[in-house]
Ligand binder design. Sequence first.
Ligand code: UDX
Length: 485
Amino acid sequence: MSTLQAAAGVEKRHAVFFPFPAQGHVKPALQLAKLLHRCHGFQVTFVHTEHNRRRLLRSRGPGALAGVPGFRFAAVPDGLPESDADAAQDMSALLSTTEALAPHFRSLVSGLPSPVSCVVSDIEHILYAAKDMGLQCVTFWITSACSFMMYQLCQRLVDMGIVPLREAGQLRNGCMDSTVLDWVPGMPKGICLKDFPDFVLTADPDDAMLKVALRSMACHRTTPSAVIFHTFDEIDREAIATMSTFLPKIYAVGPLPLLLGQASGTGGVGDTLESNLSRENHACLEWLNGRRPNSVVYVSFGSIATLTSEQLVELAWGLANSKQDFLWVMRDDQVNNGGDPAAVLPPEFLEETKARRYVTRWCPQEAVLQHEATGAFLTHCGWNSVLESVCAGVPMLCWPFGADQYTNARYACSEWRVGLEIGGDVKRDEVEAAIREVMGEGEKGKEIRRMLNEWKEKAIVAAQPSGSSWVNLEKVVNEVLTVPP
Ligand code: UDX
């Protein structure tokens, strides 16, 4: 393993990180920044938006942004009003702020006390600004390589006249679910339009999300000197090989929690640089301590996904009828009508499950997944959650809600075979049946646990000092991050 490098020249390394300002992006970006700081002697300036800075100060206190020697936090204005400090992470609202970040980023970088050797970001306007300033710039794509490949292929679907769709809603109604696209190199057999990010499911040629996605993909193809993925070679091999033909240099450096564990010798837990925008409730770990091994279903939909009231109620009854204990992360903004999610839950459900449920707004997810009581993860398939579940060897019940989550779910269930797919307008019986399958002794459940053991082992190997991700990290440092553009 690399150790902190005191060699000549290392003190000149200065990376500026500016991740897209959502929880699922900030966390892995901070993990990568910590690795560069700890193991490769980088000074780091980690940039938040003002909105997130306020949020961190409110949820975690001033210590959250104190930094450590050689690692400092900065913030730039994003135009979101003060009163929004605890607002939901609305993706279109966040996307609408990114262009305005660029001039503030330029002033910040110009005023930094030491010269910058590289900028690491997934925001196109920041990459353009960095390149324009003559700085080395690199995309850090925080989701799977396979989903990035799907994003990249969207332009091809547009060029071929497949997207926009001929009629609004035709795909979700099932009419085009069978439009198989596995003729594309790198695509697994039988892949369908419904496995693509959901912005392709539009009939509107002027669809704002589609336009943003196409524009941003063009940026990541042409602007950075390299694309770093939060994945590992073995799990995303086909997609990485395919994209090597049309992207800048590619480096897969995950799973970052495992690499950080190697770097610190602590298993990645107990760090002073906080990666969670919300405060975790650690009391749920006490509750897990009182549960039998593999007896609890953990339910969380990440930081953005919302459910309808009907979906929430069906899920609740599915959990109740499965007769399993469950730990459910229910954010205040979990229901898409803006109401209080707890108020949606039927009193009979609350009465029936009071001895076997624990509901919280936010938990220490990695620790929950690693806990021996956790037997399954009902997840929206955000990429961090998928990787964390693989690292913990916990079977997934995949209920995707947006963006890359459909692709992640498809790969998790059909390619890596570590989960069971549920989702859409799922009913309580399906939720119950899926839980029983993965928690019980069903054949599918057994096969999923067997595959998980294999993938977990491969992830551990990738993150070892001689493993592919560790080697790739050293390569990107030596070949790109410390080299002038
Ligand atoms: C976003 C996108 O929605 C997702 O599609 C993309 O793949 C990544 O960026 P998000 O929806 O928040 O992410 O989900 P996910 O990628 O799973 O990230 C959530 C993170 O928050 C995870 O690292 C998880 O450990 C953490 N978390 C979640 C907690 O620490 N506590 C919780 O209670 C819930």
